[in-house]
Design a protein around this ligand. Structure first.
Ligand SMILES: Nc1nc2c(c(=O)[nH]1)N[C@H]1C(S)=C(S)[C@@H](COP(=O)(O)O)O[C@H]1N2
Ligand SMILES: [Mo]
Length: 402
């Protein structure tokens, strides 16, 4: 959300710069600006202020720097940031190659961040050197002469306010995480849900892209019943599908597979930052939806898991893992109930006998070791009512689109 806000702010700025003709002050039109700027840097290093360009608000060094920041650095940051974005890569896998893969993009992005930091430090320092009241006058009132003192007071107050809001937001989110989650939910989670709905995942990686090692999150169920099922190759496994549906059913794995088996090679993204590519085989969630026919009032499909976090994780965690998936996301392409990984039955650590794949969501929505499926029109009575185990206990959002 911050990123999108930053990009929109930049877009508005660029539009205004061109609409008002201000771009003349930012875009150099003669090569002589380069030696002039170098000379200005020399002047600064002698603790003197260089001459401004005739009829312009900046000296040559400033103009060249601002041009580089606005028209080179910011676009490179946006482009290299996008080349690391799971959502962008999910739609345009080839775009990732522009920067030589994710690692290349990450390196360039990091260097860009360093450049931004250097710019900010030097820039703020120079604002002070050039004379704070006059510069605040320019920032707030468009002129160094117009009421510099009130402008300085107003400017300082704004800065103090920014710091205060930051401190208050941090304290609030640490002491009242649930309220912070709800407050954010109004804007951020809704925005994420919108993005999730817009994103129609179509990931088709090649066999050669499959990760040699696919990381794991979450410890498998610990109870004897589960290991008895596993010992029998999950032949006795039955999946109850119920809730507000016209045709509740209980399915064995072969029965489920008979609804229409497909395969997809996709990239898994965990909120912790790692990812892994694998081939998943199973039944589209839509096939199941069409089979059981949920009532029109249904808002979420809930996937209940067999791992009790109190037993597998301890450390203050409790309750069985589950996630409630909004219907629009459950109906998206590539939403899959997977029973195979890389051509073999699901390994225990990856969710045997059945796990969810939602290729437009972060990993934590993809419930493993599925015990039951329920269609509901209200999630407030399930768990702590936030729409999933991670939402309940870690304050995550309910529709984390990638
Ligand atoms: N039942 C259950 N499902 C789960 C989890 C879990 O702890 N329990 N962890 C989730 C998270 S955070 C991730 S990133 C993925 C990891 O899937 P993998 O272990 O197959 O890579 O599983 C998800 N599904
Ligand atoms: Mo995760």
């Amino acid at each position: 959300m911050t990123v999108q806000f930053w990009v929109v702010t930049g877009a508005v700025y660029i539009a205004m710069v061109f609409a008002t003709g201000y771009w003349h002050n930012l875009v150099p039109t003669q090569w002589s600006i380069v030696p002039d700027a170098l000379r200005d840097v020399g002047t600064y290093l002698q603790f003197r202020l260089p001459e401004q360009l005739p009829g312009e608000p900046f000296d040559a060094a400033q103009k060249l720097t601002y041009f580089a920041v606005v028209f080179v650095l910011a676009p490179v940051q946006i482009a290299s940031g996008a080349a690391m974005s799971p959502a962008v890569l999910a739609r345009f896998p080839r775009y990732g190659r522009v920067f030589g893969g994710k690692q290349g993009a990450r390196s360039i992005h990091f260097l860009g961040l360093c450049a931004f930091c250097v710019f900010i430090v030097v820039h703020v320092f120079m604002v002070v050197v050039h004379g704070l009241p006059g510069e605040f006058g320019k920032i707030f009132l468009g002129s160094a002469e117009a009421a510099p003192v009130p402008a300085t007071v107003a400017g300082s107050l704004v800065l103090v306010l920014v710091v205060l809001v930051h401190i208050l937001a941090t304290v609030f989110s640490r002491t009242r995480p649930r309220q912070a989650q709800r407050a954010l939910g109004v804007v951020v989670h809704r925005f994420e849900y919108l993005l999730s709905r817009l994103s129609r995942p179509r990931q088709h990686y090649r066999r050669s892209d499959i990760s040699e090692y696919h990381r794991v999150n979450g410890y498998p169920p610990t109870d004897d019943d589960y290991y008895r099922l596993a010992a029998g190759g999950f032949r006795d496994y039955r999946l109850p599908v119920g809730g507000l549906v016209a045709r509740p059913m209980t399915l064995s794995l072969p029965e489920l597979a008979s609804l229409g088996f497909t395969r997809q090679i996709t990239n898994h993204n965990c909120i912790q930052g790692w990812n892994g590519i694998a081939e998943w085989g199973g039944v589209p969630v839509t096939a199941l939806i069409n089979c059981v026919r949920p009532a029109s009032s249904v808002t979420h499909v809930v996937f209940y898991a067999m791992d009790d976090k109190a037993l597998t994780e301890g450390r203050g965690r409790y309750g069985y893992f589950y996630e409630a998936v909004p219907m629009a996301i459950a109906r998206a392409p590539q939403a899959l109930l997977a029973m195979e990984m890389n051509g073999a039955p699901l390994p225990i650590e990856h969710g045997a006998p059945l796990r969810l794949r939602l290729e437009n969501q972060l990993g934590y929505k993809m419930v493993k070791w599925i015990e039951a499926v329920e269609f509901v029109d209200d999630i407030t009575d399930i768990g702590m009512g936030q729409g999933g185990y991670r939402e309940d206990q870690l304050y995550y959002g309910n529709a984390p689109g990638i």
